[in-house]
Design a binder for this molecule. Structure first.
Ligand code: HEC
Length: 263
């Protein structure tokens, strides 16, 4: 009798332990939480890009600038944390699921910067438009961002994907082309938004959650992307769409796989 009870207790215990470690009880994130995670990931991604876009030496002479690569990376991570704090009014999360995503993104940055330092990062234009060759060898912020996203997406175990894209009318690099979902939102809702307006949009798609955050041309972008006299926009964009400071420039999008991203 005693034996039977304790045996069933042991079995019950094993079953419970199995269930809790097997994550059968894992709870899904709410829409608000998914939106929040997405926003935080885009903020960190933009914070890292800003460490490049605000650093002329890094853009123009990446190999030389990153010669002392570990030292430079240390500064970069510190500055990105600071930019993140300014953007989100929070400090960077180092624990939980967000902590894991943060670490993956930091690792992707490390990898790309080490490649840039060794001269092995592809910075030569491979697209059709020969005009773009004038920036060969430059670590343009959009180039850096696209490489970091590619590396991050390859390694992320949390089912998170990040992408820098834009309208087909403004697209310089075909590799950054929007997919159908991105393109529809950009053309219908974002491209003609008034100066610096246009809010992020999140959408639940059952097994996944998608998020798109619009960005706008700042004064520093306009020499290349503007369409006035003396600006390069009409030479690098595939359309004649007029662009000036404050206009829609592109978007960062996040794809969350809800079957992998559990509490
Ligand atoms: C020195 C010229 C230059 C400046 C300054 C510049 N860009 Fe670009 N931008 C480019 C080029 C060239 C590419 C394509 C780079 C590549 O993929 O090799 C690009 C790519 C992009 C992309 C990715 C989509 C695409 O068309 O391939 C976005 C979005 C973008 N730029 C927005 C901006 C914004 C916003 C700023 C200012 C914060 C900015 N750019 C500043 C030249 C520039």
């Amino acid at each position: 009798m005693y034996f039977k009870t304790s045996l069933s207790l042991i079995i019950a215990f094993i079953l419970c332990a199995g269930i809790s470690t097997g994550n059968i009880n894992a709870e899904e994130y709410s829409q608000d939480e998914l939106k929040n995670i997405s926003f935080n990931v885009t903020a960190l991604f933009r914070a890292y890009r800003k460490t490049i876009s605000s650093n002329k030496e890094a853009i123009h002479k990446p190999k030389k600038y990153f010669e002392n690569v570990e030292g430079r990376l240390g500064i970069m991570h510190k500055n990105a944390k600071q930019h993140y704090r300014v953007m989100t009014k929070k400090s960077l999360k180092e624990d939980g699921i967000e902590g894991k995503i943060v670490k993956d993104l930091q690792k992707a940055v490390d990898k790309i910067i080490r490649l840039a330092a060794s001269g092995k990062l592809g910075l030569a234009w491979k697209g059709k438009n020969d005009y773009v060759k004038k920036w060969d060898g430059k670590l343009l912020p959009a180039r850096f961002a696209a490489y970091v996203a590619e590396e991050f997406n390859k390694k992320s175990k949390e089912g998170v994907k990040i992408k820098l894209t834009t309208s087909k009318q403004l697209l310089v690099n075909e590799n950054n082309a929007p997919d159908e979902w991105e393109s529809k939102i950009i053309e219908d809702k974002l491209i003609s938004s008034k100066s610096y307006t246009g809010k992020p949009i999140g959408e639940d798609q059952g097994k996944s959650y998608r998020y798109i955050l619009p960005e706008f041309y700042a004064p520093s972008c306009i020499k290349c992307h503007g369409t006035n006299e003396g600006q390069d926009g009409l030479k690098i964009h595939p359309s004649k769409l007029k662009r000036k400071i404050g206009d829609f420039a592109g978007a960062i999008t996040i794809f969350l796989d809800k079957t992998k991203l559990k509490k």
